[in-house]
Design a protein around this ligand. Structure first.
Ligand code: SF4
Length: 450
């Protein structure tokens, strides 16, 4: 029998990785709250520490192991239940549940409904001086948590997961193994969730999915869904991430270009600009096809900002093949490029088939050159806006000073301006006259009108 009511048990959750993990943490909070658990931001006061993990990047993976080492010390001094959730839980179950490990509970992304019971059992055992390890890692073809309203933080921004899983099996990626097959949610439930968000003051909604634009449900596609969400009264802006370049039919490009509430920003993961590497990655498009899509987007609107992901040092990548990526980045002229060095992920196709043979120093050198090039491109793009007025959604205080406002343009560029002389209020869209610019930020002052 559990010695204290669950409400007396304080849960601390740490989230690593992507926005989908942030969203899943909100789902987990909702599931635990319904069973009476309470939450704390202070790990030192927690009875339960949960880590919602990411298996895609080595950095996030190493960080989790670092935190586990710290928790081991705490666990020697007092009762503490440790749980690992998310993609690492799914991918490394044996390793994490090893007898010597301090992990009590593992729950994969499709098994969060079982978490309250697993935690309750682990707490009960610990109260009696015992250990009860619990594991729930079954992948589901159907689980979308349709009926769970995530426990969200206050604020302007909110996420809605519209689909889960991925069927693409890019060879470097662990997601299809950790999050299972693609499945989409009922559009009516998504629209109701957007209405609920609008009623609670959330103005900007990001539609999420591992492969968000492959959304399909009963005759609905992603273009229809995003348009329907944008039509919800009270929602000022709709964004989406992360799409795959293979799923951009004309209707979706038209929706982004034409609908005033759908943000003029497309994250279009390139991964490589070389056809041989793209084939090894099994990305299903060539450089030429990717560039044709970029042209299609720009033909519809020059205002749509493009951002991308690139991997440097995929197995067997030569200098000349890397330069194809470098040249593609220059040619497209992205607003932002997220550059990653390749790290072999356990249980992926690339991990099994291709030796990780590009030396670390070469991978890092390629990544650095790309980052430096991109900084110049971004700076020029931002400087080109000096003297123009941009529309900004006011989101709150600037990070560096509470005497400044911060917001984003439709194309997702950060804008900062002095509060003094500005009548802006959080949640409003205001015109800002750009006076100077850095690689990442526009600075300005209130403009009369756009
Ligand atoms: S589309 Fe490729 S990179 Fe994206 S989640 Fe699916 S397998 Fe991973």
């Amino acid at each position: 029998m559990i010695a204290r009511a669950p409400a007396a048990y304080q849960v601390h959750i740490e989230t690593f990785g992507c926005q989908m993990n942030e969203y899943d943490t909100e789902l987990v909070r909702s599931l635990l709250k319904a069973r009476g658990f309470a939450f704390t931001e202070d790990r030192e006061r927690a009875d339960v520490v949960l880590m919602n993990t990411c298996a895609i990047r080595e950095h996030a993976h190493n960080k989790v192991y670092g935190h586990l080492a710290t928790l081991k010390t705490i666990k020697k001094q007092r009762n503490l239940v440790v749980g690992v959730l998310g993609c690492m839980a799914q991918n490394l179950k044996q390793e994490l549940m090893d007898q010597a490990s301090i992990v009590d509970v593992l729950a994969g992304p499709d098994a969060y409904r079982k978490l309250p019971d697993l935690l309750t059992r682990a707490i009960e055992a610990q109260e009696q001086g015992l250990t009860a390890k619990g594991l729930a890692v079954d992948l589901s073809e159907y689980e979308t948590y349709e009926d769970i309203l995530p426990q969200r933080a206050e604020g302007l921004n909110a996420w809605i997961a519209v689909m889960r899983g991925c069927d693409n099996f890019c060879t470097f990626c662990v997601v299809p193994y950790t999050r299972g097959r693609e499945r989409s949610r009922d559009p009516q439930g998504i629209i109701r969730e957007a209405e609920h968000l609008a009623a609670h003051g959330h103005k900007q909604v990001t539609l999420l999915g591992q492969n968000v634009n492959s959304y399909r449900y009963d005759g609905w596609d992603f273009a229809r869904l995003i348009t329907a969400v944008a039509e919800v009264p009270g929602i000022a802006r709709v964004r989406f991430t992360s799409p795959h370049p293979k799923d951009f039919p004309p209707a979706l490009l038209d929706a982004v270009a034409d609908h005033p509430k759908i943000c003029k920003h497309i994250h279009l993961p390139l991964q490589s600009g070389n056809d041989r590497i793209l084939r090894l990655m099994d990305r299903t498009y060539s450089r030429t096809e990717y560039l044709a899509l970029v042209e299609e987007i720009r033909r519809r609107s020059q205002n749509i900002a493009l951002t991308t992901d690139v991997i440097c040092g995929f197995p067997t990548e030569t200098e000349e093949e890397f330069l194809d990526t470098y040249r593609t980045v220059q040619e497209v002229g992205y607003h932002q490029v997220f550059v990653f060095v390749y790290s072999e992920r356990k249980n992926t196709i690339a991990g099994r088939k291709y030796p990780d043979d590009v030396p670390d120093a070469i991978k890092s050198d390629r990544a650095t050159r790309l980052v430096e090039r991109q900084k110049l491109i971004a700076l020029r793009k931002n400087q080109a806006l000096i003297g123009a007025a941009v529309e900004v959604l006011v989101e709150g205080d600037a990070k560096k000073s509470s005497s400044q406002w911060m917001g984003h343009t439709d194309s997702n560029v950060t804008v900062v301006w002095e509060k003094e002389g500005s009548r802006a209020r959080v949640g409003e869209k205001v015109p800002i006259y750009v006076t100077h610019a850095s690689v990442t930020t526009l600075f300005g002052r209130p403009a009369i009108a756009l």
